[in-house]
Design a protein around this ligand. Structure first.
Ligand code: N01
Length: 537
């Protein structure tokens, strides 16, 4: 193939929700698009994360795609919070319904993507040495893609069965009669622990930092209820669109500190019995910015833990002390605290007794002579989030500049969607881009990308690239959005903190933490005004 005629108009990396909607949109523009995907099928995060208990923690009908009326009319959600097996069915249903399955190429891991200045194309190479060229490149890598193992000595020595939750086998795994260890108590660990505790002979939870978590209150959706949801889709998506995080929930306009104690606590009781993330996102707005207000809700939530765990010493170990409620992502649970009342579940508090070593047969912690022998060891240790997946690919832009070098002190982007020095390249849900309720943000980002490509088509442009000034303005805005938020003072993947990486474990601003309404307003304004700070040719 001549260098001037690329093999494709658009190469999309990743077959998760971002890649799926991207390819549908490119097809609608009449472009030749191909999705390269490392996994064996579509689904992205839902393809890989098959661990027991994996499910949505936003309502199924606010998480699904909104762009296809056909899909909205035909797909019926079974539960308010869909479990992974149903979700992966849904994703496959969408791909087949919209007739794009042939546009995906599976088992194809991209190794490098180099911009070719002479031809204004991207040259993409996979790990088998195959090459692809395209005018545009869409990175649909997903924010939680690259699994992170703990940097504990001996990880490679363990001879029992070990899984990272994000690389779970496709065959059923049983825990009956087994001693199972889980390292990690983030959203994934909490979901896994709830499921494994039902059948394991013994379950050891290795907890370094307790997390705040709140009741999910999942239930089935009846046929009648689903009909009502379908009739209400326009209102549901409108509510999501107007809210700061893309969910159905709006922070309460009152301040926790201004209402009388009885009113405040009555409100919290009402939230606690409701379904879903409302306990976090529908709370008083000052709990996110005022330490005193946050201390109040944290103390109230801590009492809920104490009421649910029989052993008062154990209850205290499950209550976070290093961060306030809602300053990290709040996982949702179903009887999580009660399972610590079961005789087969033991909490190992790593703050008292840190893991010294993973041995051939189990885990050895400080302060105990013997190890914890394990048949199965589950790493629920999270991800090298957001930028981690970009680091897996050798991206080179103008003058051969490496993206890794450009981002070594933290990401820099224009609108989170484009990067100075990397022409004809888009990031969907990359760093500095609004996320919140992820599919809602994917839809917006892909629509913005599609509009920009259409603009190129309409004007006969074969090149676009944001300028330095635009990137500086955006990066400053992203930094400004973090000011005053209590969450920015807390270590988590959301603040770019990664304790398992030998380099760069400091907090960095990798997310857009402003309101999604404001994010979209700014991005729309750029497109409406003919893309200031983006050069076209
Ligand atoms: O990852 P995490 P996750 N030694 O980084 C521990 C989304 N999600 O996969 O806090 C010992 O939150 C670590 O301990 P610490 C959701 O956005 C959504 O759970 O660093 N422990 C922590 O407990 C979520 O926020 C759903 O001290 C170690 C855990 O591992 C995001 O995914 C479901 C360790 C990692 O927690 C990531 O969640 C699940 C070590 N060396 C996830 N290293 C939905 O429901 C790490 N840990 C849609």
């Amino acid at each position: 193939m001549s260098e001037d005629i690329p093999s494709h108009d658009v190469i999309i990396i990743g077959a998760g929700l971002s890649g799926i909607y991207s390819v549908v949109s490119m097809r609608r523009l009449g472009l030749r698009a191909r999705v390269l995907e490392r996994g064996g099928n579509v689904g992205g995060v839902w393809y890989w994360n098959r661990y027991p208990g994996a499910r949505f923690d936003s309502e199924s009908y606010t998480y699904g795609f909104s762009f296809s009326q056909e899909v909205l009319d035909e797909w019926e959600w079974k539960e308010h919070y869909s479990a992974q097996p149903e979700t992966i069915k849904y994703i496959n249903f969408v791909v087949d319904k919209l007739g794009v399955r042939d546009d995906f190429q599976f088992n194809t891991e991209v190794q490098s993507a180099h911009y070719q200045e002479a031809s204004r194309t991207w040259l993409v190479t996979d790990t088998k040495g195959n090459t692809y060229t395209s005018r545009f490149l869409i990175n649909a890598l997903g924010p939680l893609t690259t699994p992170q193992l703990p940097n504990i000595p001996g990880v490679k020595d363990y001879k029992g069965t070990a899984y990272h939750t994000s690389r779970w086998p496709h065959t059923p795994i049983t825990f009956e009669g087994k001693r199972v260890g889980v390292i990690g108590t983030g959203a994934t660990g909490i979901q896994t622990i709830q499921e494994v505790a039902k059948t394991a002979d013994e379950l050891f939870v290795f907890q370094r930092t307790p997390n705040w978590t709140a009741p999910m209150r999942n239930s089935e959706i009846s046929k009648q209820e689903m009909k009502e949801i379908q009739n209400n889709y326009p209102q549901i998506f409108h509510r999501c669109r107007q809210s700061p995080m893309g969910f159905q929930y709006y922070p309460d306009k009152r301040k926790a500190l201004e209402v009388p104690k009885e009113v405040r606590e009555q409100f919290w009781e009402e939230l606690y019995v409701q379904r879903g993330l409302v306990k976090w996102l529908g709370n008083f707005h000052d709990i996110f910015i005022d330490q005193e207000a946050n201390d109040l809700i944290s103390a109230w939530m801590a009492d809920k833990v104490r009421q649910r765990v029989n052993d008062p010493v154990l209850a205290e170990k499950l209550i976070p002390t290093d961060h306030g409620f809602g300053t990290r992502r709040v996982p949702l649970e179903s009887n999580y605290y009660e399972l610590y009342n079961q005789s087969n579940v033991k909490l190992v508090d790593l703050r008292d007794t840190p893991i010294e070593q993973i041995t051939k047969t189990g885990i050895k912690t400080a302060g105990v002579d013997k190890e914890y022998p394990l048949d199965v060891l589950i790493y629920a240790t999270g991800f090298d989030a957001i930028t981690g997946s970009y680091e897996q690919i050798d991206y080179r832009g103008l003058n051969g500049k490496k993206l890794a070098d450009k981002w070594k002190d933290g990401p820099k982007t224009y609108l989170g969607l484009t990067v100075e020095g990397f022409p004809n390249m888009f990031n969907v849900l990359g760093p500095h881009q609004g996320s919140g309720n992820i599919p809602r943000s994917i839809e917006y980002a892909v629509q913005w990308v599609t509009r920009c490509i259409k603009y190129c088509q309409d004007h006969g442009y074969t090149y676009f690239c944001p300028d330095k000034a635009g990137e500086t303005l955006w990066t400053d805005h992203v930094l400004k959005c973090t000011e005053g938020l209590l969450s920015t003072k807390v270590n988590s993947w959301m603040t770019g903190y990664n304790s398992n990486k030998l380099t760069k474990s400091e907090r960095t601003v990798i997310r857009y933490s402003g309101s999604l309404v404001e994010f979209r307003r700014r991005c729309d304004e750029v497109a409406d005004k003919g893309y200031p700070h983006i050069d076209f040719a």
